[in-house]
Design a protein around this ligand. Structure first.
Ligand code: TRP
Length: 346
């Protein structure tokens, strides 16, 4: 890491040279806390790679947190900060990509309002993500108007940058489809203002947490990407392995073991040998975990180091966010001028 990676021109409000002929990517994450290995494999690595090819906008979707967690509003600012530190640690490059915070760009709210006229209530009520959340969160009778409108806000996030592509997990596909429907409706009435965005589905096998179930904050089975070696050890050593392998001398089945999946992800060069030694009981689980621990600590060391450099320079982080928001705002303001002109508004 050279010093130049840590400078950012806070006066620059327009993004730098355009890769991929101006194709625009936008994605967002809700700031709900520190990012974990599942977020890393599922999204962050993909975002990192997309920076090579696209003009990328990466957004902390803080308003979206409020749709389901109004009572936790006071945590959002800190969570946003932590998440952006994780992004920077993981190598998102604030020179190339626009890193910004949703609530600081008021144009999202204006477009949200206008798009809310382009979709029916019934369509939003049939949104499978919404139906599932209502079931999971046991919200019956307590559903906010904003929660129902979640996909409309998400559409505004995407369209206010006239994004062509949206990297998301499979669970978000219904929202992208809704966005495309709103685009068609809008463009039909007011002319070709928005491109119809495509989802770039992040294909990743379900990534296991410490209990072998899908890694997810709500299940309490996560390991954070910025965890210290000691914290990783505390969570990794008791983690889920093949439950049928009771004694050290029993052969194991790596395919059902979280540790083996983590090997494949973080120490791929050692994965085949690990599977073989597990199946033949040549290696015990404790040794297997110790070896993985060393590999994982090494894998995340550069990320942790880079993150720490940003932690130590809070003014730089403020500047990065400020510059990102300014770049985002410039683009959003231009879109809204076009939208108002197309709609014959003020
Ligand atoms: N709904 C997304 C999620 O929960 C977060 C998000 C908000 C988003 N706005 C977006 C993702 C715009 C892609 C594009 O993961």
């Amino acid at each position: 890491m050279t010093d130049s990676n840590f400078s950012v021109d806070s006066t620059a409000s327009s993004p730098g040279p355009d890769p991929a002929g101006g194709k625009i990517v936008l994605s967002g994450m809700r700031p709900t806390g520190r990012l974990h290995w599942g977020n890393y494999t599922g999204a962050l690595e993909n975002w990192f790679a997309l920076q090579e090819e696209y003009r990328c906008y990466f957004m902390a979707a803080d308003w979206h947190v409020l749709t389901t967690a109004l009572e936790r509003a006071d945590e959002i600012a800190q969570n946003t900060r932590d998440m952006i530190l994780d992004w920077l640690g993981a190598g998102l490059d604030p020179e190339r990509s626009v890193l910004f915070v949703q609530s600081r760009i008021k144009e999202h709210a204006e477009l949200f309002l206008l798009l809310s006229m382009c979709i029916s209530m019934g369509r939003l009520e049939r949104n499978p993500t919404f139906k599932e959340q209502v079931k999971d969160l046991d919200l019956k009778g307590e559903i906010s108007f904003g929660h129902l409108g979640y996909p409309v806000l998400q559409a505004a996030d995407i369209l206010v940058y006239r994004a062509h592509a949206v990297p998301v997990g499979e669970d978000q596909l219904p929202h992208i489809e809704l966005t495309r429907e709103m685009v068609r409706r809008f463009n039909h009435h007011f002319g070709e203002v928005f491109p119809e965005p495509e989802a770039l589905v992040t294909r990743f096998a379900r990534f296991p947490g410490t209990d072998g179930k899908r890694m997810s904050k709500s299940l309490g089975n996560t390991i954070e990407i910025a965890a210290s070696p000691e914290e990783i050890k505390q969570k990794l050593m008791p983690a889920f392995t093949d439950p049928a392998r009771k004694r050290r001398s029993d052969p194991g089945d790596p395919e059902v073991c979280a540790i083996y999946t983590w090997y494949k992800k973080f120490m791929p060069e050692a994965a085949d040998e690990t599977a073989y030694e597990c199946r033949t009981a040549a290696r015990g689980c404790v040794d297997c975990k110790k070896k993985l621990l060393a590999g994982v600590v090494e894998h995340f060391a550069p990320l942790r180091e880079r993150r720490q450099q940003y932690v130590d320079d809070p003014k730089l982080v403020d500047e990065i966010v400020e510059t990102g928001c300014q770049r985002a705002r410039d683009a959003a303001v231009a879109t809204m001028d076009a939208v108002r002109a197309a709609m014959n508004l003020g």
